[in-house]
Design a protein around this ligand. Structure first.
Ligand SMILES: [Fe+2]
Length: 264
């Protein structure tokens, strides 16, 4: 399987932490929908479900440009450098229950919000500085079409708020941002920290991870991964974008989310 380098993956303990623990069964749900929360720029990020068409903004500069190529090979292998091998998707997702869906309903569109940045690094560890502040989180899943067939080579861009409640909009570390590509089975996976709720005007927003998916022949999908146990993720968040991500024995929250794309 293709190896995704984890930039600046630090202490071996972190690798052990992510890989060594039993992944266990992960709650599989389609995903939590995105709402556009207002940010300090006045744009909305997570305020509500997106009507059809709204998610196409910015599509022309989508992951295909800023991220890895269709084969997902960034050129950096890490595993061959002599340094300890970075965890792979296979490793961090080992044992994950990805399910065998027989009915695949398009993933709801959710607001992209104002905090997307182009050119997020090709990596599956979204916490390059090995920061603390919330529970470690591993999300695994697949990109599928409406017939539940895997979509290989889909470019997935992920971004979410940092533990202090701000998005990293400027630093070269691209904290809590990353780009990855699905393998031949449509599988992806990433590790990060649980996104925190942050303030949007007078509103505390639900915890959410923004995701943009681009694949040849399919309509771009912009959505969010949300959390079923988040009291702020009420009925205004579609159930298809809420996942269960329980803590495992190693203190890592693990969940699964399948992105269902439709043909362009
Ligand atoms: Fe957001």
């Amino acid at each position: 399987m293709r190896r995704f380098p984890l930039d600046r993956l630090g202490a071996p303990s972190r690798r052990d932490f992510l890989v060594g623990a039993s992944v266990g069964a992960v709650g599989v749900l389609a995903g939590c929908s995105g709402y556009a929360d207002a940010d300090d720029s006045g744009a909305t990020d997570d305020g509500g479900p997106v009507d059809s068409g709204a998610a196409t903004d910015g599509g022309t500069d989508g992951g295909a440009d800023g991220g890895p190529g269709p084969d997902g090979d960034s050129g950096a292998t890490g595993a061959d450098s002599g340094a300890p091998s970075d965890p792979t998707v296979e490793e961090i997702c080992e044992g994950a229950d990805l399910g065998s869906p027989t009915e695949c309903r398009e993933t709801p569109d959710m607001g992209e919000g104002p905090f997307f940045r182009d050119d997020a690094p090709d990596r599956i560890d979204l916490n390059p500085l090995d920061e603390d502040g919330s529970d470690p989180l591993v999300v695994c899943g697949r990109v599928l079409d409406a017939g539940c067939e895997p979509v290989a080579g889909a470019v997935i861009e992920v971004w979410h708020v940092a533990p202090e409640g701000e998005y990293d909009m400027k630093s070269s570390d691209f904290r809590f941002r990353g780009t990855m590509v699905t393998d031949a089975d449509g599988v992806y996976g990433f590790s990060t920290l649980m996104p925190v709720s942050y303030r949007d005007g007078d509103t505390d927003l639900h915890q959410h991870i923004h995701v943009r998916v681009n694949a040849t022949g399919f309509a771009e999908k912009i959505t969010q991964i949300c959390f079923a146990d988040d009291p702020l993720a009420g009925d205004h968040i579609p159930s298809d974008v809420k996942i269960d991500a329980p803590l495992d024995a190693a203190g890592v929250r693990r969940g699964s989310f399948d992105f269902i794309l439709v043909r362009a």
